[in-house]
Design a protein around this ligand. Structure first.
Ligand SMILES: Cc1ncc(COP(=O)(O)O)c(C=O)c1O
Length: 376
């Protein structure tokens, strides 16, 4: 094998990852029977009989796939029902559904920014937003995590350019909340638009799981747009952009990851709609996941999280991986984040709370976690 051949290049890349302790592996969860503190099915709805029945009924009515882009023939009444339901739940006037949350983020940023736009982005923003910025050719100012005055400064120095501010309301790796009220204030003062990703907030934060924009009276403001996913609390698959009818109309016309993509699969839409109805009818699910998150946080000695995600710093990537392996040996599935997925270079265990875990589950998990990270 010549040193410059493609197989040699792949092997060198794999060896380099292995040397740095950064090899990623696919994780199977269906056959191992571990207690899950890693997945994002926070409310335990992915296997809820009514959610599964929603998927089956939608597939029976509309077929296995939408069959085309939403702009060709792929818009189904289940999409419209889901969009109207999600808009009403979150307090926004309009919503648009996407095939993933990743596509929702790519779409909203790509469609609203161009080379003349300034994008002010939190350093801990999700990879989908980072990739979205790359699609726009906009100038991007990355500001330290949750630093509202740095956002204000970046906006003030931009001249006449349009500007977008990107944040997550509950951060996917750190699990902390953005100072959304302050961010919205500086965004408005700087004549910009706030795009806030509620992927880890919907279903677990805010009144009845309506998210942190609703909690702060920001849902429905014309200069605030939310994104979300159907793949976490709603137990399904798909993404959302929530905003004004004008924003929705603009995305339908300009968002390439929406226009050139097949409409959300009917089963995913049907499942998400059934999950939404369950969340609306049972706000105690949100209370339960937050309570379980607080119990786990106390067990591992970190502060109570803003949603369901707990972040436990580890000395390095190998220790984080060893922690995941040790937990699995004991029957517990936990996750970890290592550089380059952590912008501050800190490796972390990532634990997620779930509404359906019992007190016995949590007491048992706490003992194992304390073996790994030490008792607080
Ligand atoms: C903050 C955040 N935004 C967006 C996404 C993408 O959502 P989806 O998995 O539905 O593509 C994720 C995670 O997967 C996420 O953590």
């Amino acid at each position: 094998m010549s040193e410059s051949s493609f197989p040699a290049w792949l092997a060198a890349q794999a060896a380099d990852r292995a040397n740095r302790g950064l090899t990623r592996r696919l994780v199977h969860s269906d056959s191992e029977g571990l207690l899950d503190l890693a997945g994002n099915d926070y409310l335990g709805l992915a296997r809820h009989p009514r959610v599964v029945a929603g998927a089956v009924a939608a597939a029976r009515s509309y077929g296995a796939g939408a069959g085309a882009s939403r702009l060709v023939s792929g818009t189904l009444s289940i999409h419209t029902e889901l969009e109207q339901g999600m808009a009403a739940f979150t307090g926004f006037p309009a919503a648009l559904a996407f095939s993933t949350g990743y596509h929702a983020n790519l779409s909203v940023v790509q469609a609203l920014a161009d080379a003349d736009t300034l994008i002010v982005s939190d350093a801990h923003i999700h990879a989908s937003m980072i990739d979205a910025c790359r699609l726009t050719r906009a100038t991007v100012a990355v500001i330290p995590h949750n630093d509202v005055s740095a956002v204000a400064q970046a906006l003030a120095g931009r001249g006449r350019r349009r500007a977008l501010v990107l944040a997550e309301t509950v951060y996917s790796v750190l699990g902390d909340a953005a100072p959304v009220a302050d961010l919205a204030e500086v965004t408005a003062a700087g004549d910009a638009v706030l795009i806030a990703d509620e992927a880890h907030a919907l279903g677990v934060a805010g009144p009845g799981g309506r998210g942190l924009l609703a909690a702060n009276g920001l849902a429905g403001r014309p200069d605030v747009i939310a994104t979300g996913t159907l793949s976490k609390s709603f137990g399904s698959q798909g993404g959302l952009v929530l905003g004004s009818p004008a924003v929705r109309e603009h995305l339908v016309n300009r968002a390439r990851p929406f226009i050139y993509d097949t409409g959300l699969a009917p089963a995913a839409a049907g499942a998400a709609l059934a999950a939404l109805r369950l969340v609306e009818a049972a706000p105690e699910l949100t209370d339960k996941v937050r309570r379980n998150a607080a119990i786990l946080a106390e067990a591992v000695g970190v502060g109570a999280p803003a949603g369901a995600v707990l972040s436990v710093p580890m000395p390095g990537p190998r220790e984080a991986l060893d922690g995941v392996a040790a937990a699995a040996e004991h029957g517990l599935r936990i996750g970890c984040f290592r550089p380059p997925s952590t912008p501050d270079g800190v490796s972390r265990l990532r634990l997620t709370a779930h509404a359906h875990h019992t007190d016995e589950n949590l007491a048992w998990a706490a003992k194992i976690l304390q073996l790994i990270v030490g008792a607080p």
